[in-house]
Ligand binder design. Structure first.
Ligand code: FAD
Length: 472
């Protein structure tokens, strides 16, 4: 019938979730339990990854621990927030937990089986066992993890620009600013460039420098997995212990060079070497150790780096590492609600966004699933407040972290706005606010401070959940 348009019943929109790991399962659950039709695509067992062993959804590839369950830790707080957001991963973990002191550890087989069972019990969720090799043109979440299949990774690199998709991490430790001793360290940029105070500097005398280099070379390192053995060492980004082993003076002429800096605490004798730390997040609460990417074991890093003057009591928000790990430069390529700027019909979730860890991956899946559910129900996505663990992690990934030094990150209190800071009436829709206004910080002990972070977070989370229409 020319000139007449047939009426077509609009198709019910379907959300496609690609990757049935920690993030994908949580995302699918959050959306499907809000009545959104979901298709979950998982490539195993048809195509394997180097680390997964079975075909089950939400396989824990290594440890069976979801880490500390204590509210006084960033990860314990994230657990609690996720429980309050009806998290599938936390609910199943609680149901199949095994004794592990203060940690939340699980029977890994029971965990995977139960996650799959609860998902398949949802009438509007379909599980397809297939590898996805193209970016979809329909509403989707990509949660294909640190071992994303090659074909999909190639498509992602095309969409985001290959500079913005990494296949290995090279992580330098990050220290919380308020744990640095400024009676020894000082703020100054080399040659007073930029603001003149862009870096924190920790000085070493000649004896301290040579003792440090000797200890670096002797320290224990982590072995690569067999399938990681071709991890490339880029000359510009060598592990600090590899640089040290090339000659006793290599570091003093490299990342630890003292030139262009004047120690205000005691210019005589001059520092023989200086370790510089650069601001790592917009809040200014975290500083990364410049050039200190490393394969040293975590215990060795803490022992050795706390011998550096000014870092004796350092709290490490992240320790160094080098792994095979596919992840995006999210502060550049994602918007505030996890959409790929280049393909807004796609949200990213899980470790591929540059968070680190089972729980953090599931947490970002939880948010991506909720955001789509809200949007597909005609609402705009409601971002969690910055003072919550969910909000702090999301903010770090999408905008808070420096794009140049962006590397995978665990949840930690260094990502939160300092206590005292933010106004309470933040409008959660659309974007996060910028850094909080300067506020006076009451000096609290470490335990008291953590408890205050947790109390503030759960209070703000409660407000967010109450205001969030999709909870109704
Ligand atoms: C070897 C290794 C050990 C780790 N150990 C720990 C640890 O002990 N503790 C910890 O907290 N974190 C650990 N991590 C980090 C990280 O937390 C986990 O990898 C976590 O599983 C990430 O969750 P995810 O959902 O993002 O990815 P995954 O859980 O890996 O899920 C991604 C899923 O996507 C599927 N997939 C990939 N490509 C496609 C495709 N094209 N089409 C369809 N499906 C696809 C995969 O088969 C997989 O099931 C480890 C990582 C690695 C690589």
């Amino acid at each position: 019938m020319e000139g007449q348009r047939a009426y077509v019943q609009p198709m019910e929109p379907i959300l496609h979730v690609i990757g049935g790991g920690l993030a994908g399962c949580e995302a699918a659950w959050q959306a499907a339990s809000r009545q959104i039709p979901v298709i979950l695509h998982e490539m195993r067992p048809l195509r394997a990854t180097p680390a997964h062993e079975g075909a089950g959804l939400a396989e824990l590839v290594c440890s069976n621990s979801l880490r500390n369950d204590d509210l006084g830790s960033g990860i314990g707080l994230l657990h609690e927030e996720m429980r309050r957001c009806d998290s599938l991963i936390l609910s199943v973990a609680d149901a199949v937990k095994v004794p592990a002191g203060g940690a939340l550890a699980v029977d890994r087989q029971a965990f995977s089986t139960e996650v799959e069972k609860r998902l398949l019990a949802l009438p509007n969720l379909t599980l397809l066992r297939e590898e996805v090799t193209q970016l979809p043109d329909v509403p989707a979440i990509i949660s294909s993890g640190p071992l994303t299949s090659d074909a999909l990774a190639v498509e992602l690199a095309k969409a985001t620009g290959s500079d913005h998709l990494h296949f290995f991490d090279a992580i330098a430790p990050i220290v919380t600013q308020d744990s640095i001793d400024f009676s020894k360290a000082w703020f100054q940029s080399r040659w007073d460039k930029g603001t003149g105070k862009d870096y924190i500097n920790c000085p070493l005398s000649k004896d301290e420098y040579f003792a440090f280099v000797e200890a670096l070379i002797a320290a224990d390192t982590v072995e690569f997995h067999d399938w990681e053995k071709d991890t490339p060492y880029f000359e510009g980004c060598l592990p600090i212990e590899v640089m040290a082993s090339r000659g006793a003076q290599t570091l003093a002429f490299g990342p630890m060079k003292p030139v262009g800096l004047t120690n205000p605490h005691g210019p005589n004798p001059k520092s023989y070497a200086v370790i510089q730390l650069r601001q790592d997040n917009a809040l200014g609460t975290l500083y990364n150790m410049v050039g200190f990417q490393t394969k040293l074991k975590h215990g060795e890093q803490m022992r050795l780096f706390r011998t550096i003057p000014g870092l004796e009591n350092a709290e490490f928000a992240r320790l160094g590492g080098l792994h095979r790990n596919t992840f995006l430069c999210s502060p550049v390529v994602l918007d505030a609600s996890l959409r790929l700027k280049a393909r807004p019909n796609i949200r990213m979730a899980g470790q591929i966004t540059g968070c680190e860890g089972y729980v953090e991956s599931a947490a970002i899946g939880l948010l991506a699933g909720r955001f789509w559910a809200e949007e597909m129900s005609g609402q705009s996505p409601c971002l969690p407040p910055l003072e919550t663990a969910l909000g702090a992690l999301l903010n770090h990934i999408t905008s808070g972290a420096g794009a140049d030094s962006f590397q995978p990150m665990n949840i930690n209190f260094g990502l939160f706005p300092p206590l005292s800071a933010l106004p309470t009436n933040i409008d959660c829709r659309a974007t996060h606010d910028g850094p909080p206004p300067e506020g006076k910080r009451r000096k609290l002990g470490a335990k008291e401070r953590r408890a205050a972070y947790a109390e503030r977070a759960l209070d703000r989370l409660g407000g967010w959940l109450r205001n969030n229409i999709s909870e109704a």
